[in-house]
Design a protein around this ligand. Structure first.
Ligand code: NAP
Ligand code: G4F
Length: 323
């Protein structure tokens, strides 16, 4: 039986990936950081909380990762754990550098110490393109990060490449563009919008305060994207891949899709609040997933309309259940 260790198993992608791997017959372990309140709600939502082995540890604590590796004995490791909210990375740059950047090195080192044959996946990010150097970003596009988060991800990305080239390890970096789902954290813009639209529709909220609604993102569905992660580790050669839909939309138009779905006009509810502007913005991200399609046979299946509808239905159900 194949065995996988997932860091960040309590996050959006960790939960979907755990479900995918369980369905493929893997034994799945996950590194879980100690928190004061439970963090397994996503695993419960997907009905898999009792099917995975949760091992205590923290990305900033190398010995805990070494212990987790010894316990899980994985053939594949997926490093998804990170401080992943870009806006927070200006408020907590050191914590972000330690978990999102140095944390990658900890997991790579723990892998090298345990067994160089273990296959390693790193959750890299389109945020590394930042102030974009090409209108459509591919694996060949130079990086120009615009946030402490982007800088930390870039460190993790190059460490992943370096361990492949230095130690001949099977290390892959997935450069994933934004991907969302009903399990997305509430502070990210798509989920902030779908939660607010549900609350406004059901009479529990009056308006929706947003920052830069002219920003453009290439949004896909997390359930599609975890398949690309798994496919990368099943190839003969380790490599890096852009994972994206190849289409981008403004935050404004994404809001319109969400409000239209419940029969409301977004212009009546959206209030621009400069408190949500970022010190340095990434104005546009648009990925070219041609290599992932050619080599992995992967392509995004879910349209932005279908994704927003899926998220809205889940948020409408949640808000109704709160009543
Ligand atoms: P997420 O929902 O924010 O999940 C992050 C996970 O990391 C959570 O399980 C969190 O644990 C864990 N974590 C944070 N700090 C940790 C630490 N010090 N030690 C151990 N675990 C820690 O993020 P996501 O959307 O699933 O994204 C997964 C990965 O892909 C992240 O690395 C993210 O940066 C990257 N990424 C995401 C996207 C996207 O659009 N979603 C795009 C590109 C790259 P708690 O539950 O305890 O907080
Ligand atoms: O949803 P966001 O916070 O996602 P962002 O910053 O693009 O980062 C996400 O995608 C990255 C991949 O490119 C991941 F690596 C990262 O971990 C994360 O998952 O913001 C999207 C856009 C930004 O331009 C932001 O300025 O929406 C704009 N925005 C406008 N008003 C807002 C808001 N974002 C948030 N979170 N909240 C607002 O009120």
């Amino acid at each position: 039986m194949k065995s996988a260790l997932i860091t960040g198993i309590t996050g959006q992608d960790g939960a979907y990936l755990a479900k995918l791997l369980l369905n493929k017959g893997y034994h799945v372990s996950g590194l879980i950081a100690r928190r004061a309140t439970p963090t397994t709600w996503r695993l419960q939502y997907l009905g898999i909380a009792n099917e995975v082995d949760l091992i205590n540890g923290d990305l900033t604590d190398l010995p805990s990762i070494v212990r987790a590796m010894n316990k899980a004995k994985p053939s594949e490791i997926y490093n998804l754990g990170a401080q992943s909210f870009v806006a927070s990375s200006w408020q907590q740059p050191v914590l972000t550098a330690q978990s999102t950047g140095i944390g990658v090195l900890h997991v790579l080192e723990a892998t090298r110490l345990a067994d160089c044959a273990i296959r390693f996946y790193q959750a890299s990010s389109s945020e590394m393109f930042g102030l974009v150097r090409d209108p459509i970003q591919s694996e060949a596009t130079p990086f120009y990060p615009r946030s402490p988060y982007g800088v930390a991800k870039l460190f993790g990305h190059w460490m992943t490449v370096n361990y492949r080239e230095s130690f001949n390890m099977f290390t892959c970096s997935g450069i994933l563009f934004n991907h969302e789902s009903p399990l997305r954290g509430i502070e990210f813009v798509t989920r902030k919008v779908t939660d607010a639209v549900a609350r406004i529709k059901l009479g529990q909220q009056k308006d929706l305060r947003l920052g830069n609604i002219d920003a453009k993102r290439d949004w896909g569905y997390a359930g599609d994207y975890v398949e690309a992660m798994w496919l990368m580790l099943q190839q003969e050669q380790a490599d890096d891949y852009v994972v994206a839909t190849g289409r981008c939309t403004t935050v404004r138009d994404m809001c319109k899709i969400a409000f239209d779905y419940v029969g409301l006009n977004y212009e009546d509810y959206v209030v621009i609040d400069p408190a949500y502007y970022r010190p340095a913005e990434v104005d546009i991200l648009l990925g070219n997933p041609a290599k992932a399609k050619k080599v992995l046979g992967w392509e995004a299946k879910t349209s932005l309309h279908d994704l927003i509808e899926m998220m809205l239905e889940a948020d409408l159900a949640r808000v109704r259940a709160e009543k």
